[in-house]
Design a protein around this ligand. Structure first.
Ligand SMILES: CC(C)(COP(=O)(O)OP(=O)(O)OC[C@H]1O[C@@H](n2cnc3c(N)ncnc32)[C@H](O)[C@@H]1OP(=O)(O)O)[C@@H](O)C(=O)NCCC(=O)NCCS
Length: 252
C-alpha cells in the first residue's frame, strides 16, 4: 500500500475531488484510512490500548470508526464517511467503496458480549464491493466480489459475487447483470393483508358459532366479508407465511 495509490484512488473515484492536496486536506475517508494503517500496526504488535487510542482520535476527527483489528485492503475509499462503523473482525478486500452511515457490524453476536470475544463476528467483503449510504451488513457473512449494496439495505446473509442487493432484509435483485428478483415484495403490506384475512375468517367463525348457540336471534349481524380463497390453505386456515416472513425476515 502506498499513500500515493490511496490518494490517486480517491481522485479516480470521486468526481468532486480535483487534486491531491484537496484529498490530503479535506477527505475524512483518507484521514481515517491513514489513522487505521497506524492503529492496525499497533494492534498487530499487541499494543491494544495505543491502537484503540489512535482509532478513537481518528473517530473524533473524522466521524468514522474503524476498529484497529479490522483488516482493510488496498484502495479503500470511504466517501463522506460520517457515521461509518467497521467492527473488529471485519475483513475488507481491495477496491471497496463505502458511503456515509454504513455499518459493518456484529449482528446478533453484539448481544452476546464477552462470550464472542476473539471470534469472527463481522462481515468479510470481497474485492470491488460498493456499499451505499446507510446500509448495514451484519454478522460474520461473506459478501462476494463486485457486489453492489443499495443505500439503506440491511444485509444479513451471504451474497454471491457480481450481485446487486437491495432492501430490508437485503435481497439479490441482479446477478451477473441478469435480473433475478421480481418486483421487491412489500412484506409489511403482505403481513397486514394476511392478518386482515385471518381476522375476517375468525369473525365469520364466531358469527357461525353464535348463530348455532342462539338460533332465535331476531336480527343477525351481517356476515363478514368473504376471505379470498387464495388466502386460505387446504385445511381451511389462513396461511401466515407472509406474517412469518415479516417477523423473522426473509433471506436472500
Ligand atoms: C446499489 C447501486 C450501487 C447499484 O447501482 P447501479 O448498478 O447503477 O444500479 P441502479 O442504481 O440502476 O439500481 C439497480 C436497481 O436497484 C434499485 N435500487 C437502487 N437503489 C435502491 C435502494 N436504495 N432501495 C431499493 N431499490 C434500489 C433500482 O431502482 C434499480 O431497480 P430497477 O432495475 O428495477 O430499476 C446504487 O443504486 C446505489 O445505491 N449506490 C449507492 C449510492 C450512494 O449511497 N450514494 C451516496 C452518495 S452521497
Amino acid at each position: 500500500m502506498s499513500v500515493r495509490e490511496e490518494i490517486d484512488n480517491i481522485l479516480s473515484k470521486d468526481p468532486a475531488a480535483r487534486n491531491r492536496l484537496e484529498v490530503v486536506l479535506c477527505y475524512p475517508g483518507f484521514h481515517a484510512l491513514m489513522f487505521h494503517r497506524i492503529a492496525h500496526r499497533l494492534w498487530k504488535a499487541g499494543l491494544v490500548v495505543p491502537a484503540r487510542v489512535v482509532s478513537h482520535i481518528s473517530r473524533m476527527l473524522t466521524g468514522i470508526e474503524i476498529h484497529p483489528g479490522a483488516v482493510i485492503g488496498r484502495r479503500f475509499f470511504i466517501d463522506h464517511g460520517m457515521g461509518v462503523v467497521i467492527g473488529e473482525t471485519t475483513v475488507v478486500g481491495d477496491d471497496v467503496v463505502l458511503y456515509q452511515g454504513v455499518t459493518l457490524g456484529a449482528g446478533a453476536a453484539a448481544r452476546k458480549g464477552a462470550e464472542t470475544r476473539g471470534k469472527k463476528r463481522h462481515p468479510t467483503l470481497g474485492n470491488g464491493v460498493v456499499v451505499g449510504s446507510g446500509a448495514e451488513i451484519q454478522g460474520p457473512i461473506a459478501i462476494g466480489d463486485n457486489v453492489l449494496i443499495a443505500s439503506g439495505s440491511i444485509v444479513l446473509k451471504d451474497v454471491p459475487p457480481d450481485s446487486i442487493v437491495v432492501g430490508v432484509p437485503g435481497r439479490v435483485l441482479y446477478r451477473e447483470g441478469q435480473r433475478v428478483g421480481g418486483v421487491l415484495p412489500d412484506i409489511e403490506a403482505e403481513a397486514i393483508k394476511t392478518l386482515r384475512a385471518h381476522v375476517l375468517r375468525l369473525e365469520k367463525k364466531v358469527a357461525e358459532l353464535a348463530g348455532a348457540a342462539e338460533p332465535a336471534q331476531p336480527e343477525p349481524e351481517p356476515a363478514p366479508p368473504e376471505v379470498p380463497p387464495s388466502e386460505i390453505d387446504e385445511e381451511g386456515a389462513v396461511g401466515m407465511e407472509a406474517v412469518d416472513a415479516f417477523l423473522h425476515g426473509a433471506g436472500i
